[in-house]
Design a protein around this ligand. Sequence first.
Ligand code: SAJ
Length: 433
Amino acid sequence: MTAEKIKIALLGLGHMGLPTAALFAKNGFEVVGIDINPDIVDIVNAGRSPIMEPGLDELVQKVVEKGYLRAENNISKSLKNSNVMIILVPTPIDDNHCSDLSAVISASETITKALNKDDLVIIESTVPPHTCEKIIIPILEKSGLEASHDFGVAYTPERALPHNTLYEMTHNARVIGGVDEESANKAAALYKKITHGEVVIVDNLVTAEMVKLMENTYRDTNIALANELALICESLGIDAVQAIKAANFHPRVNLHAPGPGVGGHCLSIDPYFIVEMAEKGNRPAKLIKTAREINDFMPYHVAFLIEKTLQDNGKSLNNSSVGILGVSYKGNVADTRETPAEPLIKNLISKGARVIAHDPLVDEGFIKQIGGSKVELEEALEADCVVLITDHDSYRQITPEMIKKSIFICTRPILDPAEFRKRGVIFKGVGRP
Ligand code: SAJ
C-alpha cells in the first residue's frame, strides 16, 4: 500500500483515538474518525477537540480545515473506502474486575461489514492476551475473508501519557505484533510516519498485547510497593518520601511515589486483564492482585489519617469540614476516571464529615455527583482539615499561611513538611508520620 493510496478509518475518538487520528492526518493521510457519540463527531468536524490535551485543539482545527480529518458516527461508505482500520475504543472492566470487550467487539463487527481484500486492521485498544486471535479475528472472518491470506491484522498498544499525549505519541517507541510478518511490517511502515521513536516488532499479536499490560502492571505494582513501604514507615516514624528519594540515588533503584491511590483508566484496570487470563489458565497472579488491593486501600488509609489527626487535635470528623484539594486522578489532568478522590470523599461523607472540594480542572458536576461541593481554593483552605489529593502544579504554591486551621494532610510528595511544621501547621501525609 503506498501512502497516497492509504485511507484510514479510526474507530474511537477518545483520549488516545483523536490524537492518533489527528497525527495521521497531520502526516498527509486521509482519515475518517468514527465515533458512536454524535456530539464528539460534531465537535471534531467543527475543528475542535472534545478532550483537554495540550496542542490537540489546534492540531484538530488544522487537519479538519485542510480536509485530512473528518468525523462520522455511523457505518458509512467512507469505512468501505478505507483500507486501514484502527480500533481504539475503550476496554473497561466490570464489577468483577473482568474485561468488558463490548466496544471492541462492536467495532470489529462494524469493520467486518466493510472489510475488503488486502485491508489492514490494526487494534490499539488495551485488551487481555489472546483477544486479537481468539475474539477479533473470528469476527472479522465472518466477512468471508481469511486473516493473513486475504487481510492483515496487527496489534500496537497506545502508550502516551495523558497531558503529554502528542509529544509521547510522536516520540515513544512503538511495539507491533502481526498475524503474520507482512501485517507487522505494513503497520510498522505506517507508524513510522507518525513517530520518531523506535518501532519494535515482536513475534506475534499476543506478545504485543502482553507488552502493554506488562508496562502498566510494572507501574501499578511499583506504586503498590511504594505505598506499602509508606504505610510501614508511618508506623515506624520514618519519612518514607525522604527515604525513597535517597534510595533512588542507587543506580538500579526506581521506587515510585506513594500517594492516595492509583487512578486513571489504565494502571487501575490493565493489571486485571493479566489476572483474568492467568486465572483462566490456572496460574495465580498473586503479586499483581495484591498490588491492586494495596492501591485500592490507599483512599481509606487517607480517610483514617484525616480522622486520626482531627481526633488527636480534639476534633471529631462528623463535626468537621474537610477541604479536598484536587479530585482528578493525577496532577494537571481533568480526567476523574477511577480517581482515588471518589472513594475517599464518599467514605468521609459516610462518617458525617462536611466535604468541600477544589479542583482547577474539574467541573462542579463530578464533585456534586460524589456528594461534595465545589468551592474556591480560599474556602477549601479554611476547612478544619485541608487534604491535598491531586498533584496539580498550582498546588505547589501553597504556603503554611494559607492553611487557616493548621491541619494539613498532604498525600503527594510535592510540598516540604519542614516548611509547614516550623510555622505551626500539623502536617501529615502518606508515608509522612
Ligand atoms: N501514581 C502514584 N505514584 C507514582 C506514579 C503515579 O501514585 O509514582 C498514580 C497517579 O497519581 C495516578 C496513577 O498512579 O493516579 C496513574 O498515573 P500514571 O501517570 O502512572 O498513569 P497514566 O494512566 O496517566 O498513564 C499510564 C502510562 N503508562 C506508563 O507510564 C507505563 C502511559 O504511558 C500509558 O499510555 C497509559 O498509562 C495508558 O494509556 O495505559
